[in-house]
Write a protein that binds this ligand. Structure first.
Ligand SMILES: [Zn+2]
Length: 482
């Protein structure tokens, strides 16, 4: 951005390269601080079955997709997220015999929405080399019916792991989806660095990415990569560490048991000593940490480990905590003292933290309504960044969650929510000197919205807010005139 000037001082240059936003709101390009772009793209690349309403329709979709593919082929046609509870004709799982009827000559594998069950056709089963008897290879009248659950899924995995070119394509699809939502930077919170290395080499990244790599990658690389968000459009200076699981799966580590499973408190994935040791090691190698902690027990562990790193470390970098949904007041004080960034997902509030929804069922309303305390975080002066974790993707929907928090004192203003999805997310990704605000000298990543309802109207009218144009590096990458 060469200059930012007040409207009255602006002299309209007479040039064909001038684009007039015509009074519509222009914001810094949104930055999603926590995403999984390759999985988002893969779902589009493979078959998305999540909206299918009958077994008949499922088989038609499979037939149509299969008919487009070359033969013979040992490459699986892969589909995601069928849900037989939505089927209007027959409430049952599809079997290999169903799939054989529409595509007998091509291997097919379709995943159920929960990820714990796959159905494979006969051609596919022949490639898998399954054991004669396995408790998770399901049978009908003594014959494998094509359904593979949990522990049997590993026989399928080598055949469905995407190849590099497929992952590259997935990332390009994710970039397009991002631009449609006005997002110009995505943080990939478990980045497969091979994909980014190959795209950086080919100058193939269409938007910017911040890679948080798995611990093994960081250990292998030793120091962060010397990439720059302006030049390579990608940086890799964060490492991701998981301390617990999720509330949905009862695996987030809680101080108190789950309301709907009184013997369960979830579990910590690392011993305290291991967490401290790893975090110190990465900090001293120059990696910034992005630590996944959802339950209050996991957040306790994260805070203790960061205190240890600050005492023992060579220096103390700016690190971040991911999700921190069951955050307690004392955690917030420690986050402030340790300069930790809160990386949170307001869309989870919109989706699950409302009365009668998942979080109330898991934790009871007293605990659930106090989760994700955005207001307290901002009042304490802890930096707040927003992301979606892809559930679902899209800043505008996420912002609704921040404005409609069930605990009024934890609601934040529209301006604060927009800041968390721009400036705050840039700060969390340590790229705030280049992106996240509109100022001269910054990279020209911008989004133009159709309009911006005020705070009171936003929750009711958000669906009418359209992205009109998205610019990345000064180039218009998306435009929709409607
Ligand atoms: Zn995630």
């Amino acid at each position: 951005m060469a200059a930012v000037v007040p409207q009255n001082d602006f002299v309209h240059p007479d040039s064909p390269s001038v684009w007039d936003a015509k009074g519509r709101p222009v914001l810094p390009g949104f930055i999603d601080a926590h995403m999984h772009p390759i999985s988002m793209g893969l779902k589009k690349l493979r078959l998305d079955l999540s909206q299918i309403q009958s077994l008949k329709e499922l088989l038609e979709v499979v037939h149509n997709s299969a008919s487009l593919l070359p033969r013979p082929s040992s490459r699986f046609l892969i589909g995601y997220d069928w849900d037989e509870s939505l089927f209007a004709d027959e409430h049952r799982y599809p079997t290999r015999w169903d799939l054989d009827k529409v595509a007998p000559d091509l291997p097919i594998a379709l995943r159920r929405i929960d990820g714990h069950l796959w159905v494979v056709n006969t051609k596919g089963l022949q490639l898998l080399n399954l054991p004669e008897d396995h408790p998770f290879v399901f049978k009908t009248e003594g014959q494998p019916n094509g359904l593979l659950a949990d522990e049997a899924i590993r026989f399928l995995e080598p055949f469905i792991e995407p190849k590099l070119d497929e992952k590259r394509e997935a990332l390009s699809i994710a970039s397009q989806i991002a631009l449609e939502h006005g997002v110009t930077t995505l943080a990939d919170l478990y980045a497969d660095l091979e994909v980014y290395e190959s795209l950086v080499k080919d100058d193939g990244l269409e938007i910017r990415f911040v890679c948080c790599v798995p611990p093994a990658t960081a250990q292998q690389l030793k120091a962060p990569l010397g990439w720059n968000i302006a030049k390579e459009r990608c940086e890799a200076k964060f490492v991701k560490l998981f301390l617990d699981g999720s509330i949905g799966a009862h695996t987030a580590a809680m101080r108190e048991p789950y309301a709907d499973m009184p013997d369960e408190t979830g579990r910590l994935l690392l011993r305290d000593r291991t967490a401290e040791g790893l975090m110190l090691e990465f900090n001293d190698m120059g990696w910034r940490l992005a630590v996944h902690a959802i339950g209050d027990l996991a957040i306790d562990q994260a805070i203790e480990a960061f205190r240890f790193v600050r005492m023992e470390g060579k220096s103390f970098l700016r690190h971040r905590l991911e999700h921190i949904e069951v955050l307690q007041p004392e955690h917030i004080g420690w986050m402030k003292r340790l300069n930790l960034v809160a990386s949170m997902q307001p869309n989870f509030v919109a989706r699950w933290q409302q009365e009668g929804r998942l979080y109330q069922i898991r934790l009871g309303w007293e605990r659930a309504k106090r989760m994700n305390p955005f207001g307290s975080i901002l009042r304490a002066g802890v930096p707040l960044a927003f992301g979606s974790d892809g559930m679902p993707f899209g800043p505008i929907y996420g912002i609704v969650g921040a404005l409609t928090h069930p605990e009024p004192s934890e609601q934040i203003s529209l301006r604060q929510a927009l800041l968390a999805y721009t400036q705050g997310a840039a700060f969390a990704c340590s790229i705030e000197n280049q992106v996240g605000t509109i100022a001269s000298g910054k990279l020209a990543d911008l989004v133009v919205l159709s309009h911006l309802p005020d705070e009171q109207a936003f929750a009711d009218e958000w669906q009418s807010v359209k992205v009109v144009a998205t610019f990345a590096g000064g180039e218009m990458k998306f435009f929709q005139d409607k």
